[in-house]
Every structure is written in C-alpha cells, then in structure tokens.
Design a protein around this ligand. Structure first.
Ligand code: GLA
Length: 320
C-alpha cells in the first residue's frame, strides 16, 4: 500500500501573538505545503527529503525527539512520540514551502507525517498532537495557531480561530480582495529568538501591572483581538481598504507594542505601502524575520505570491 499525505502551511492574515492567551486569529491554510509519500511497514520511520539534508530514522519508541539528528527529523520524532504508531513507515518528503519563512513549514511537516502514519484527521485533536510534537521537537512553546490552521483549512476561506475554545469559523475571501505574501528573505528559527519570552510576557500581562513593558504587551493583545474581529467584518463586507488599514495597524502594534518586528520587515512593509493599489501590509506569524502579508487590488503587486486559501491536511491510500 502506498500512502500519500499532504498538509498545508498557513499565512496568518491577522491576529499574531494572541493564541497563547486564548484570543482570536485569522489564518488561511495555503496552497503550499508538505507531501509525504511512502509505505507503512517495519518498526522504524525512515524518511528522506529533497530539500532537507540527511535521512530521518526514528524508532517507534523514541523518547527524546529533541536530540534526534538531522534537525528536521526532530519534528518526525516528535510526531512519532505523540502518536506512538505501532507500524513503521518508509517514505519521502517534498515541500513547496520556504523553510523558516514564517509560513509554518514545521506544522505542515508535523501534520503530513502524522497523517502518513495513520493519525485520525479530526482537526482539533490532530492540531493538538502537532503542537505537542513541536514542543517536544524544538522546545519552543508555540501556540495552536499553525497546526489548527493546517488541520482545518477550507478552500477559498480564511479561518477565524477562537483559541480559547478551538472553534474554527471559515470566512470566505472574496475575489475582489487579493492577499499577497512577500518573503523578506530574513530567516529565523524561533528556537533562540525572543518568542518564548514574548509568550511569557503575554501571559504575565493578563494581570494588571505597573510595568510599562507588560502594559504594552497587553495593549497589543487586546487591540489585536479587536482587529481580528473587525477584519472578519471587513472580509465579509468585501472592504479591502478597511482590511488593509487593520493590517497596517496590526504591524505597528507588533512592532511598537509587542516588539517582534525587525528593521528589514519594517522597511519591506513601508516599501509595499508606498506601492499603488496596496491597502495594507503586516508581518505574518511570529516575526523576527520571515514574510509580510499584503492586501492589494487584484494585480497591483508584481512580487510575492498570491495566497490561495486551501483545504487542510488530507491522505490517500492506493494498493499496489
Ligand atoms: C508562531 C507560533 C504560533 C503563534 C505565532 C504568532 O507561528 O507557532 O503559535 O504564536 O507564532 O502569532
């Protein structure tokens, strides 16, 4: 039997650094993602990849995913440790996502591997499994945003996530609104970034504090949650100008109050905002590098790639 599993990356349209405190986010699963093709059998999981170096060889009883080599095999090991499949797998990984660009290449790998290894594709438990796998693999205390988006994608729709209930509400993206992803080229891993510190600050900022830093973090989270709901209204109304305004406000808040932007990202956003037909732009995902997402008039931007909201993780098996 040959199994083919695919899971998308995601672009977060708005609502960054809100997932830890049970807030709102509005990602879309992307048409770009990770494919795993192979055959179940044996008692190890062995995966090769076009783009990633080395071979992942993971025992079904692996107990410390974070120490597995090569580095990308840690995500495979994290999934194995959480899923505990009883049968191994031999296969190959391909990806159409840039790695480390803030488009959730790791969540996409985790969910594609989990699907290939036979996981139940029910979005919420699968997303939670992927999140735990990521924690075990990387030690980065990521929220549920990336995995829930990859698990729950709907063609042509953004996804309103309520991170307190994990409820997902698909919101159609009208043809009149073009969402373009532009890669800054600045690469980062969250491992070693201020990501964990920001998460701790966002959690600490839930209590009233005199600390001006925590007050700014709290202001970002509160205003960002409100912007997500306003962005849903703007999408439903087909109001690209208002959506763009919210994007640009979100970028300022992430840069000034949450302090996760970089000079490269700020310069890219400023340049894009000066382009005719662009209504708004913001960093997407964790920050510290990666991509910018833009609301533009269709055809206005001659760079980046148009985000085509996609369906979520899927799997196909063929005999032979
Ligand atoms: C990364 C994390 C998510 C989320 C975003 C910021 O993508 O994996 O859980 O915290 O950053 O919104």
């Amino acid at each position: 039997m040959t199994v083919t599993a695919w899971a998308p990356g995601r672009v977060n349209l708005i609502g960054d650094h809100t997932d830890h405190t049970g807030g709102f986010a509005l990602p879309a699963a992307l048409h770009l993602g990770t494919t795993v093709v192979g055959e179940p059998g044996g008692d190890v999981v062995t995966l090769t990849s076009d783009a990633l170096p080395g071979t992942a060889v993971v025992r079904l009883d692996v107990d410390d995913p974070s120490s597995v080599e090569p580095g990308w095999a840690r995500y495979v090991a994290g999934v194995v440790a959480e899923l505990r499949p009883t049968t191994g797998f031999t296969g190959h990984v391909t990806s159409t996502l840039p790695v480390g660009a803030g488009l959730s290449s790791s969540a996409s790998l985790e969910l594609a591997v989990a699907a290939a290894l036979g996981a139940d594709l029910d979005p919420r438990p699968l997303a939670a499994l992927g999140q735990r796998a990521e924690h075990r693999a990387s030690g980065v205390p990521c929220g549920i945003l990336d995995q829930l988006a990859s698990a729950s994608g709907v063609d042509g729709h953004a996804l309103l996530l309520d991170c307190s209930t994990l409820e997902v509400t698909p919101v159609p993206v009208p043809d009149s609104i073009e969402l373009v992803v532009v890669d800054s080229g600045e690469r980062r891993t969250l491992d070693g970034s201020a990501y964990a510190q920001r998460r701790d600050e966002a959690l600490a900022a839930r209590a009233d504090s005199d600390d001006p830093v925590l007050q700014r973090r709290a202001r970002h989270v509160a205003t960002e949650n409100a912007r997500v709901l306003a962005a849903v209204d703007a999408l439903r109304a087909g109001d690209a100008v208002e959506l763009g305004r919210l994007f640009t406000e979100s970028h300022r808040s992430l840069a000034d109050d949450f302090e996760v932007s970089t000079p490269t990202l700020d310069a890219l956003v400023a340049r894009l905002l000066a382009t005719p037909g662009v209504h708004g732009a913001r960093l997407t995902g964790a920050g510290f590098g990666g991509c910018v997402v833009v609301v533009a008039e269709p055809g206005a931007l001659a760079e980046g790639w148009i985000a085509r909201p996609s369906h979520g993780v899927c799997r196909q098996s063929t005999d032979g």
